[in-house]
Ligand binder design. Structure first.
Ligand SMILES: NC(=O)c1ccc[n+]([C@@H]2O[C@H](COP(=O)([O-])OP(=O)(O)OC[C@H]3O[C@@H](n4cnc5c(N)ncnc54)[C@H](OP(=O)(O)O)[C@@H]3O)[C@@H](O)[C@H]2O)c1
Length: 200
């Protein structure tokens, strides 16, 4: 089984990469600055990556920027950057990736829990995450029955909480969240958003 992980050097992506490797996947780790490079905002780089990788069993994105900020302070540029990166980057990845997916394969995009439970300051992020959900729900209707397209909504992870100066104890670690990515690939339903349960 072969998987591409775009965003593989990040907090969630490195955990997803580790989990997939441990479960037997041959993982192609990708980011803008890793040895295998692609930028989800650059369609040409996605074409090149997919041509070089060939057919795979899973394409996972844990990449993309969306702006955090108070509604009154978010600029048009903040919204445009969020749309171009996390939303359109992953939209293009899914469109292009489908023809490189083996039967039984999954494309898994990353949204986030702010799609369903926003906090103040997350208007641009929630907009993108919810947009991804609508896109994937509709894309599933045009996806071969033997392939799956899913958006996963992780909660805030403990490592990120720490970098934000927050108490990490209410949050799952990245490695715990990474296991839900494998669960989504194995048991998620095409077009149905995969919500990661929060820490009890
Ligand atoms: N961390 C959380 O608590 C959390 C919770 C819910 C949802 N999310 C979402 O999960 C995703 C990953 O979050 P994270 O915290 O793991 O981020 P992160 O630590 O900043 O890692 C992002 C990863 O994506 C790569 N990347 C960024 N922009 C890219 C692009 N345009 N093309 C290709 N690769 C790109 C980065 O490497 P390069 O810089 O080398 O490209 C890095 O490998 C984000 O969409 C975030 O909104 C995160």
């Amino acid at each position: 089984m072969k998987a591409i992980v775009i965003g593989a050097t990040g907090t969630i992506g490195s955990a997803v990469t580790k989990t997939l490797k441990e479960s037997g996947y041959d993982v192609i780790p990708v980011s803008r600055n890793s040895s295998i490079k692609a930028d989800i905002e650059d369609e040409g780089s996605l074409d090149k990556l997919l041509e070089q990788s060939g057919k795979v069993d899973a394409i996972i994105s844990t990449a993309g920027f969306a702006a955090f900020g108070e509604l009154s302070k978010l600029t048009g540029e903040d919204f445009r950057r969020s749309l171009n990166s996390k939303l359109m980057g992953q939209v293009k990845l899914l469109q292009k990736g489908l023809s490189y997916l083996n039967a039984g394969g999954t494309i898994l995009l990353t949204g986030g829990i702010f799609a369903h439970k926003p906090w103040p300051g997350t208007a641009a992020i929630a907009m993108v995450n919810t947009g991804l959900e609508g896109f994937v729900r509709a894309a599933a209707l045009e996806t071969d029955e033997d392939k799956k397209v899913i958006v996963i909504h992780p909660p805030l992870v403990a490592e990120t909480a720490v970098t934000l100066g927050m108490d990490a104890s209410p949050y799952l670690s990245a490695i715990e969240v990474g296991k839900f990515y494998l669960e989504a690939i194995q048991n998620g339903k095409s077009g149905v958003p995969f919500l990661v349960q929060e820490k009890k």
